[in-house]
Design a protein around this ligand. Structure first.
Ligand SMILES: Cc1cc2nc3c(=O)[nH]c(=O)nc-3n(C[C@H](O)[C@H](O)[C@H](O)COP(=O)(O)O)c2cc1C
Ligand code: SF4
Length: 460
């Protein structure tokens, strides 16, 4: 019998629509995009590269931004001060302050130093960076060039997730355009500043998104995390000082330079500047990427995504699959910023908002999540290598009606003993969803163990 395929037509982009379907409020990174206008000329017409011109003190042709007075340029210290003022926090997951990270780079270091963009984007639910690269690649190039100037770096790499090869090819095309226009390479725009930028594609391993595993992979080795310290700022790519930031982090920089750190800060909340792109996925009517001010209420984000699909809101994983789940009643009162979500016991993480309706069984959902971490563990440390598989085996038997009376305590114990005892944060990322599920939905797990069946009503 032929397989019945689901009708996905309502999720597919049509005509000029991008895959985020114009779903953004007060957008900076996604502003003015229609899915086709990704080329250099389009970007310049939107004011692109005016921030780079501004810091180099080089005026010239261009759109809105290019016609502004560029003044005498900015010193590297002024650029870093502006980024610090903006309260831009790294969009890769940890939310580390970007300006502070940039200030760690030893400016007077005599040898080579490197700048790396992390476009590995493997966190389940997250799909924002690939859209930035596909629809606005020059904003990342400009952001990286500004970062390189600020930290005195001459060479950079963009490490792009291996399974989105068309995005990698587009980025290569954008790089070629920028080089041709003198926006990359030797003596950029006739200044003393030179910066070579290259693209590199990975091969689809989630662990290569971890910054030190990424550096190993970029060096041509097996992508396994390094023990830290030393941190990349002192021992990074090829053992040289390296700064690594997420794609969206770099993409935020041109706006900050053009409008000032204070204006960026005021877009969001104190300590949580600017806009953030949320990938709203799961049980919503209109999944997609939404760029909104940091601190936007979750209820508003849900409304933008068309509301819950297929039932009432049960729970949300607010920051990618590594983030602990939060129940609906908590989420509906939350604002989407780093501090508020941390206070509620979860993380903003990569900004993937996984919405779950009341037909979702939490045991089954956790089993699926946990399988991912078991599969992606690089195997270097025992608590992660053995613990992720152990968690999976226990959840699997609970799901299939073979749970034992002490299994919930066993899950608590295994998760507790993975956390904080591994080389990289993948161990924590595997343990935290287990802790979150057991904290908020323990009764569902207990029901599976006692009654050997699920308590969640499935749709007819
Ligand atoms: C297992 C694991 C996977 C990660 N994957 C990504 C990723 O795909 N993209 C990313 O930017 N950061 C990822 N990170 C975070 C990076 O290690 C690093 O903190 C980040 O790239 C720094 O950039 P930012 O300061 O701009 O956030 C991951 C971390 C871990 C532990
Ligand atoms: S925590 Fe897991 S993924 Fe990270 S280094 Fe250890 S074994 Fe590898």
């Amino acid at each position: 019998m032929a397989a019945v395929l689901p009708d996905l037509s309502r999720f597919q982009a049509r005509g000029l629509e991008t895959c985020f379907h114009g779903r953004h409020v007060g957008a900076q990174i996604y502003a003015g995009l229609d899915g086709t206008n990704w080329r250099l000329a389009d970007y310049v017409a939107r004011g692109g590269y005016s921030a780079l011109r501004r810091i180099l003190g080089k005026g010239g042709e261009g759109g809105e931004g290019g016609q502004r007075d560029v003044g005498a340029g900015m010193t590297p210290e002024q650029v870093i001060a502006e980024v610090k003022l903006s309260a831009l926090r790294g969009r890769g997951g940890a939310g580390f302050p970007t300006g502070l990270k940039w200030s760690f780079m030893p400016r007077q270091y005599p040898g080579p130093k490197y700048l790396v963009c992390n476009s590995d984007e493997g966190e389940p639910g997250t799909c924002k960076d690939r859209d930035i690269l596909a629809y606005n690649p020059h904003i990342v190039i400009e952001g990286m060039a500004i970062a390189a100037y600020a930290m005195g770096i001459r060479t950079g790499y963009n490490y792009i997730h291996g399974e989105i090869f068309e995005v990698y090819e587009r980025f290569e095309q954008a790089l070629a355009e920028a080089r041709e226009a003198g926006l990359l390479g030797e003596r950029i725009l006739g200044s003393d500043f030179s910066f070579q930028l290259h693209a590199h594609h990975g091969f689809g391993a989630y662990i290569c998104g971890e910054e030190t595993a990424l550096l190993e992979s970029l060096e041509g080795k097996k992508g396994q995390p390094r023990f830290k310290p030393p941190f990349p700022a002192s021992f990074g790519l090829y053992g040289k000082p390296t700064t690594i930031n997420n794609t969206e982090t770099f993409a935020a920089v041109p706006w900050i330079i053009n409008h000032g750190g204070q204006a960026y800060l005021e877009c969001g909340k104190p300590n949580n500047g600017g806009t953030k792109i949320f990938s709203v996925v799961g049980d919503v009517e209109r999944p997609g990427n939404f760029e909104v001010p940091v601190g936007t209420p979750f209820a508003r984000l849900l409304e933008l995504a068309g509301g819950v699909r297929g039932g009432a809101l049960k729970a949300v994983i607010p920051g990618g699959s590594s983030a602990p789940v939060l129940p609906a009643r908590v989420m509906m009162d939350l604002t989407m910023d780093y501090d508020a979500i941390a206070k509620a016991g979860s993380m903003l993480g990569s900004g993937a908002v996984i919405v779950m309706n009341d037909t979702r069984c939490m045991v089954r959902s956790l089993l699926r999540l946990n399988y991912f971490y078991m599969h992606e563990s690089c195997g270097q440390c025992t608590p992660c290598r053995e613990g992720t598989g152990w968690l999976w085996r226990v959840i699997e038997r609970i799901e299939h009606g073979k749970g034992r009376p002490d299994d919930l305590e066993l899950l608590d114990s295994v998760a507790f003993n993975i956390k904080g005892r591994t080389i990289c944060a993948l161990g924590d990322a595997a343990a935290m969803p287990v802790e979150g599920m057991l904290k908020h939905f323990r009764d569902e797990f207990a029901h599976h163990v006692v009654h050997k069946t699920c308590m969640v009503a499935q749709p007819a």
